[in-house]
Design a protein around this ligand. Structure first.
Ligand SMILES: Cc1cc2nc3c(=O)[nH]c(=O)nc-3n(C[C@H](O)[C@H](O)[C@H](O)COP(=O)(O)O)c2cc1C
Length: 316
């Protein structure tokens, strides 16, 4: 089950996605955090933040809307408390970072350069850019590239950098291309989709912040499509595929689309042991189809049937 993401090698390809397992400590009462491929931290910011006002979670058919916001203790507390704890438990840690300005991303990358034991950095590009009327950085290829270049330039050691993209764009391949050209070693697809629910009894938005991010099984086809498109355009760039994974079979679908590793997010909220279970189920799925190594299945859905033109094979 060993998995390789460019320069990063992990014992297995199932990761806890950012924001759904806190800083990892919360999972320890349910699973051995060292058994998860890696824990991706909740996105860390420079300062402590309380996040958005409640209510900030609303269930939707097969999905979850959240407007938790970037709640967290700030980078100093993370580095002093959470990172050492995770490392002491034998976990591999991918640190997700988020900023409101390019300078903040820059500062976070510098700060992380002082920390030992970071397996990779994931840049959350879905944060609102305070210098562009709150427009998320990841909506525009050029802006996304500027953030990636700033982080890459400020990291003083050679740790792999993944850019996490929003699916709320017209052309995710263009954003992916800009991130790779600016120094990203890999891509993480996808973050939540912007959504909204209205409580018809109160006739008010269900979330205090009106909009929220949609996640869970409802978004899996979007994640599969994004991973597929990016893999098709950049077959050599490693991808962490995330979005709606609830079972080992869901994980297998993202691997077939071209992900090298799979993130489990919302599923953890109703089943805190989801990462271990998905890994076990994925092992069973691979055994059932006679595949010995996870690496052999990555991107297999892109194989062309002999004589069948590309578009014909997957359009119905
Ligand atoms: C409550 C909640 C908080 C999240 N917080 C973050 C975050 O801090 N940074 C980030 O990059 N993604 C965050 N995400 C997005 C997830 O990491 C993941 O990309 C997305 O939810 C799709 O995967 P899923 O359907 O398995 O949850 C959050 C998702 C949820 C549900």
């Amino acid at each position: 089950m060993r998995a390789r993401l460019g320069p990063l090698e992990l014992p297995n390809p199932v990761l806890a996605a950012s924001g759904c397992a806190g800083a990892g400590r919360e999972l320890a009462q349910f699973i051995d955090v060292a058994r998860v491929g890696a824990i991706i931290s909740k996105s860390i910011m420079t300062e402590p933040r309380t996040g958005n006002p409640a209510p900030r979670l609303a269930e939707t058919p097969s999905g979850l809307l959240n407007s938790v916001g970037l709640q967290g203790p700030g980078v100093d507390a993370f580095l002093q408390r959470d990172l050492p704890w995770l490392l002491s438990r034998g976990a591999r840690v991918v640190v997700s970072i988020a900023g409101q300005t390019v300078r903040e991303y820059d500062a976070l990358a510098s700060r992380l350069s002082d920390a030992a034991g970071v397996s990779a950095v994931e840049i959350n590009l879905s944060c609102p850019n305070a210098e562009d009327a709150g427009r998320p950085f990841g909506l525009d290829p050029a802006t996304a590239g500027v953030v990636v270049a700033a982080v890459r330039g400020s990291l003083r050691y050679d740790v792999p950098v993944f850019a996490k993209l929003s699916p709320d764009v017209t052309d995710i391949v263009a954003v992916a291309g800009a991130c790779v050209a600016s120094g990203a070693d890999g891509l993480s697809l996808i973050n939540v989709l912007l959504g909204m629910a209205i409580d018809v009894r109160t006739m008010r938005p269900a979330l205090a912040g009106a909009y929220g991010g949609l996640s869970g099984p409802a978004v899996r086809p979007v994640a599969v499509r994004c991973v597929w498109q990016v893999r098709e355009a950049f077959p050599d760039v490693p991808i962490i595929g995330t979005g709606g994974v609830r079972t080992g079979r869901d994980a297998l679908e993202l691997l077939l689309a071209g992900a090298s590793m799979v993130g489990v997010g919302t599923a953890i909220i109703h089943d805190p042991s989801a990462c271990s279970r998905v890994l076990r189920e994925l092992e069973e799925e691979l055994a059932a189809i006679g595949v010995d190594r996870v690496a052999d299945i990555i991107g297999q859905a892109h194989r062309r049937a002999p004589g069948v033109p590309r578009g014909f094979a997957w359009r119905t």
